[in-house]
Design a protein around this ligand. Structure first.
Ligand SMILES: CC(=O)SCCNC(=O)CCNC(=O)[C@H](O)C(C)(C)COP(=O)(O)OP(=O)(O)OC[C@H]1O[C@@H](n2cnc3c(N)ncnc32)[C@H](O)[C@@H]1OP(=O)(O)O
Ligand SMILES: CC(C)C(=O)C(=O)O
Length: 705
């Protein structure tokens, strides 16, 4: 097989394996598709043109909408996606995601769930009729289910009936295509399985639905008994299925097999229908799982082999390791294989991909996966100094597609692996009065780079702490005058025991405050300094120790709660204590040219106490800090083997409610409190500089000197 359709990418060779697809190599390219060439120019790709989606089995309005597409995107996020661990969508979430898929991406099919499975899916289809279907611009909704149960009829099968009651134009049924699964899992004969497929397709067709067969375990079944696997597709097609979808259910297939077998299926269907005028050849679909991390590759291979319906999930959700990720499949087909899979305006739709990916993660309450190709935060993040230097000359040097094409953006990271280019890019983005032609500035940047490398060696990390990086740049200027300086701080931590004794059915503290037994229990349950309760030798009765009062202390709280508060208050021999920790911070600080000031504050812990003291000292001088709150506080031990003497890295994120900006600072020290206070001070200083009034003063000062 000769690579007669070599692309212009350095590492990517497109093979045109069949006579049919070779002839397609010469056809016109979609005007919407651009990508990089080896020489860094943007140009349209040379790729084989696939078969266009004909109107064969689809309804007229949809066929008009999809006629210009090379393949049809079939999203199963709401069905197979929810089979992924940790993914649970409400009915409302499902409706919202379906709207996004239709309106922003313009996918052709949205598989919404299994109506016979659960009340939520049944409710979805009921609500979809009124709330979704009338507003759909591109997609057709699909109800998913299975073939009829063995040895029954479709009319008697509730699950099949539920598919009709979903009132969707399209119904997809899963049918077994593997001899092993038919005999060992369904526990029936090969003939009965063929009848289950045939009759269910015919039944649903007779009710006016467009029907697709998901041929479960197709590739595994093909290796076991190819003739039978193909026959499963054949009977579905004979009964009027508009598409037969080849499923790599266990995700163990490899692309070269998938492409070859898909080509074989195409040949099989073409031969079967060559002499039949009454039945159109059904489309071939592909559904791949990611167990070998091959789902995307297998999907692309199937498309090259002739598949036209492309199933997958946004962000690769799905059973076990997930399905082919549509957030990779769509751009790969569009930008790499030159297949148009989204309706016009295709370029604008493709640019929605990152937004849709984040939207779905958000609704599914799943953390964003930063290294997800195309749509992840790191997909176009450049860190290595050599990469950034080249990227600054030509973005194409380290990006195979333009991030904007999928709605993403390039990022440059600063770290110990940086070169001049990294710092340069960052400083260009900062509002620090940077002058590229000024040799003083260039020297200053070199110093900052050196300092970054030295600090990272001590445990800092600047990648995620832009505010600390900016503070390094400010402080590298000999003329920089900090708006304030923390001269000194001390923290005191104390622990006192508060004792409650029973006094005439009421607990009182030593200083006379009183509380009921239930007050004390409630307090103890809420208290983080979990009290322990002492109970008499293995009995259920509360008994006093050595004849004195029984001390109810916080560790056996569940027992205490089980004992009614009334019993406690009624027992004159019971006393309760709890431990109270108190923390105080004292800081000494200089603001501007004024005399040093001292402030004291209490807090929930040492860092909180210092933060409060800092705020007290700074509030009268910098109103801007009123809008700045702590957003996140992350601590990481860097050398755990040093145990309590380990180096600690602290990242503090702040939110400025006026600008809605979140900014992060970093510090590292063997003392966790010192690291935290340094990161806090960096953040407050940054916030003051960034505030319009104080910031302007400093920036003017910088220019003047
Ligand atoms: C490959 C896939 O991802 S297919 C989609 C899988 N998704 C799901 O399973 C999610 C939704 N599923 C459900 O809610 C439930 O499993 C239901 C409602 C569909 C069925 O529930 P139950 O009636 O309790 O059956 P159960 O879940 O145990 O399924 C096993 C039965 O289905 C039968 N079955 C399995 N596949 C098929 C099929 N393609 N066609 C017909 N019957 C099938 C099995 O033979 C078995 O019946 P048996 O024990 O009598 O042999
Ligand atoms: C039902 C089909 C599409 C499926 O989920 C699978 O085979 O993995």
């Amino acid at each position: 097989m000769l690579p007669d359709c070599v692309t212009d990418g350095m590492a990517f060779v497109t093979l045109c394996p069949t006579r049919a697809s070779r002839s397609l190599c010469k056809t016109r390219l979609p005007s919407t598709v651009t990508r990089h060439s080896r020489l860094g120019r943007w140009r349209r790709p040379r790729h084989p043109r696939p078969l266009r989606c004909t109107a064969s089995a689809s309804s007229a309005p949809q066929s008009q909408r999809t006629a210009s597409l090379d393949a049809l995107i079939y999203d199963t996020t709401l069905r197979d996606g929810t089979q992924g661990e940790g993914v649970s969508l409400s009915c409302q979430d499902k409706l919202s995601i379906a709207r996004e898929l239709d309106q922003r991406l313009g996918v052709a099919y949205i598989e919404c769930g299994w109506p016979g499975s659960n009340p939520k899916d049944a409710e979805f289809f009921m609500r979809a009729r009124a709330e979704l279907t009338p507003h759909l611009r591109h997609a057709q909704l699909v109800a998913f289910g299975a073939t009829r149960y063995k040895n029954t009829t479709c009319a008697a099968d509730k699950q099949v009936q539920a598919l009709l009651e979903a009132h969707t134009p399209v119904v997809t049924i899963v049918g077994k295509a593997s001899e092993f699964h038919v005999t060992q899992i369904l526990g029936t004969t090969l003939d009965e399985n063929l009848a289950m497929i045939r009759e269910t397709v015919a039944f649903l067709r007779a009710a006016g639905r467009q029907v697709m067969l998901d041929a479960e375990h197709f590739f595994d079944g093909y290796f076991q008994n190819a003739e039978y696997a193909l026959e499963c597709l054949g009977v579905a097609a004979d009964a009027g299925a508009s598409a037969v979808v080849l499923c790599d259910t266990n995700g163990g297939s490899v692309p070269w097999d998938v492409q070859r077998i898909t080509e074989r299926v195409r040949q099989f269907l073409e031969e079967r229908y060559a002499s039949t005028l009454s039945l159109p050849t059904p489309r071939i679909g592909i559904h791949c799982h990611n167990d070998m991390e091959m789902a995307v590759a297998n999907t692309l291979a199937a498309v090259r082999g002739g598949a036209i319906i492309v199933q997958g999930c946004i962000n690769g959700y799905g059973e076990r390791t997930g399905n082919a990720s549509l957030t990779s499949v769509i751009p790969a087909l569009q930008l790499r294989l030159g297949r148009t899979v989204l309706p016009p305006p295709t370029t604008e739709r493709l640019a929605q991909l990152t937004g849709v990916s984040r939207f779905v993660d958000e609704l599914a309450n799943r953390p964003h996966v930063p290294w997800r190709p195309f749509v992840g935060e790191c997909a176009f993040a450049h860190k290595g100094g050599l990469h950034v230097a080249a990227f600054l000359k030509h973005p194409v040097s380290y990006q195979f597609v333009d991030p904007a094409a999928v709605g993403n953006r390039p990022r440059v990271l600063v770290s110990e692996l940086s070169g001049r280019g990294n710092i340069l890019t960052k400083v260009r983005q900062m509002d620090v009065g940077f002058d590229e032609n000024d040799p003083v500035w260039r020297k200053r940047l070199a110093q900052v780079l050196e300092r970054v490398k030295a600090l990272e060696n001590k445990g800092f990390t600047f990648e995620a702490a832009d505010a600390s990086l900016e503070m390094l740049v400010w402080r590298a200027s000999p003329s920089y005058v900090p708006p304030f300086e923390l001269v000194d701080f001390s923290v005191f931590i104390g622990n006192k025991r508060v004792l409650f004794v029973n006094h005439e059915g009421c607990f009182v503290t030593e200083d006379g405050a009183s509380a009921t037994g239930s007050d004390i229990l409630a307090h103890m349950s809420a208290s983080s300094s979990a009290p322990a309760m002492q109970r008499g030798n293995g009995t259920n009765a509360w008994s006093s120790l050595s004849g004195g009062p029984l001390f109810v202390s916080p560790a056996n709280l569940a027992d205490a709660a089980a004992q009614s508060a009334r019993d406690l208050t009624a027992d004159p021999a019971v006393a309760v204590f709890r431990n109270e920790t108190h923390t105080q911070a004292v800081i000494k600080m200089v603001v501007g040219s004024a005399r040093p000031i001292m402030e004291v504050a209490e807090g929930n812990g040492p860092v909180d106490a210092v933060n409060r003291a800092l705020r007290k000292a700074l509030a009268p001088h910098f109103l801007a800090l009123d809008a700045v709150t702590l957003d996140d506080y992350k601590v990481r031990i860097l050398d755990a083997e040093s145990a309590t003497a380990a180096i600690t890295r602290v990242l503090v994120s702040f939110r400025d409610s006026r600008s809605s900006r979140v900014f992060t600072t970093v510090s590292s020290d063997a003392n966790i409190i010192v690291a935290s206070v340094n990161a806090l001070v960096d953040g407050l200083e940054y916030a003051v500089l960034r505030a319009t009034d104080a910031g302007t003063r400093h920036r003017q000062h910088e220019v003047e000197t």
